[in-house]
Write a protein that binds this ligand. Structure first.
Ligand SMILES: NC(=O)c1ccc[n+]([C@@H]2O[C@H](COP(=O)([O-])OP(=O)(O)OC[C@H]3O[C@@H](n4cnc5c(N)ncnc54)[C@H](OP(=O)(O)O)[C@@H]3O)[C@@H](O)[C@H]2O)c1
Length: 261
């Protein structure tokens, strides 16, 4: 589908792997200019080279959610090198599966920083530029477990619920300025992150890693994990003018996993 991305300028945090990489690929395919961020510069350089080989204009920005000064640089560097940012996809992050009783306060702080403070700080920077121009779109890559929390992920559910509330509040705040803010509720996608988390999941459930994979896939009515490209389609749609009357929406892409009405 053509989302009329030609010439748009998009920032994809965590655009070097999994779902973020698929989002970056879709922008590149649509001839948008794309800034990708990540911590691992070598991985990022490889991804950027591959996107450029396909004809895309790509900017690499090394940035860690742990550093607010890195968040400061993302919009600044993108506007300096590519032009005014039209789209921000808040995607960077990792899973925090684990036993609640074994979670140290230091990790709680990391979760709140990486899941709430840094993405919102970055979003603040982007929105202030977008509102000067009267258009733009922001998408938070959230999860169905933020709406239907699971016991293996207490702290991430707490932080994620905050991001969903912020999505609604920001959508109302920014609508009069012509800016849309939405969230994608991800189910379970076959990415490096999910594969890394299978060991923890296996331990929590007392099963083998292989069975943990089968168990996770079986939790979806479709009986399988999602392909990251299937998540990317929704994010790019929500960020595009094709979704011009959609804002404040929390949209699942989860193989039917979320069950509340
Ligand atoms: N896969 C799923 O089933 C699933 C389900 C629900 C939600 N999600 C969310 O969707 C997003 C993408 O997940 P994914 O599965 O595609 O993961 P992934 O393949 O591991 O990719 C994660 C991306 O985020 C970057 N990143 C990770 N930690 C970061 C940090 N502290 N600071 C800056 N960048 C960081 C990574 O690059 P570097 O490592 O180089 O920094 C990478 O580019 C994540 O926020 C994840 O929590 C995924």
């Amino acid at each position: 589908m053509d989302y009329e991305l030609d010439g748009k300028i998009a920032v994809v945090t965590g655009g070097t792997s999994g779902i973020g990489l698929e989002i970056a690929r879709l922008y590149a395919k649509g001839r948008a200019k794309v800034a990708i961020t990540g911590r691992d510069e070598k991985k990022m350089a490889g991804v950027a080279e591959a996107l450029r080989d396909d004809g895309a204009e790509v900017l690499e920005i090394q940035a860690d959610l742990a550093n607010l000064s890195d968040m400061d640089r993302i919009i600044e560097e993108t506007e300096k090198n590519l032009g005014p940012v039209d789209i921000l996809i808040n995607n960077a992050g990792r899973s925090y599966l684990g036993d609640f009783f074994a979670t140290e306060p230091g990790l709680w702080e990391e979760i709140l920083k990486n899941r709430i403070i840094s993405p919102l700080y970055l979003t603040q920077k982007a929105l202030s530029r977008m509102s000067e121009r009267g258009h733009g779109a922001v998408v938070f890559m959230g999860a169905v477990i933020y709406k239907e929390p699971i016991p293996e992920n207490v702290m991430a559910a707490a932080a994620g619920g905050g991001i969903l509330s912020a999505t609604k509040a920001l959508a109302k705040l920014m609508a009069p300025k012509g800016i849309r803010v939405n969230a994608v509720l991800l189910g379970q996608f076959d990415t490096p992150m999910l594969r890394r988390g299978l060991k923890t999941y296996a331990k929590l459930h007392g099963v083998s890693v292989e069975d943990a994979g089968k168990l996770r896939a079986s939790q979806n009515p479709t009986g399988r994990l999602g392909d990251p490209a299937e998540a990317a389609q929704l994010a790019v749609f929500l960020s595009s003018d094709a979704a011009s009357y959609i804002t404040g929406a929390l949209v699942p892409v989860d193989g039917g996993r979320a069950w509340s009405i």
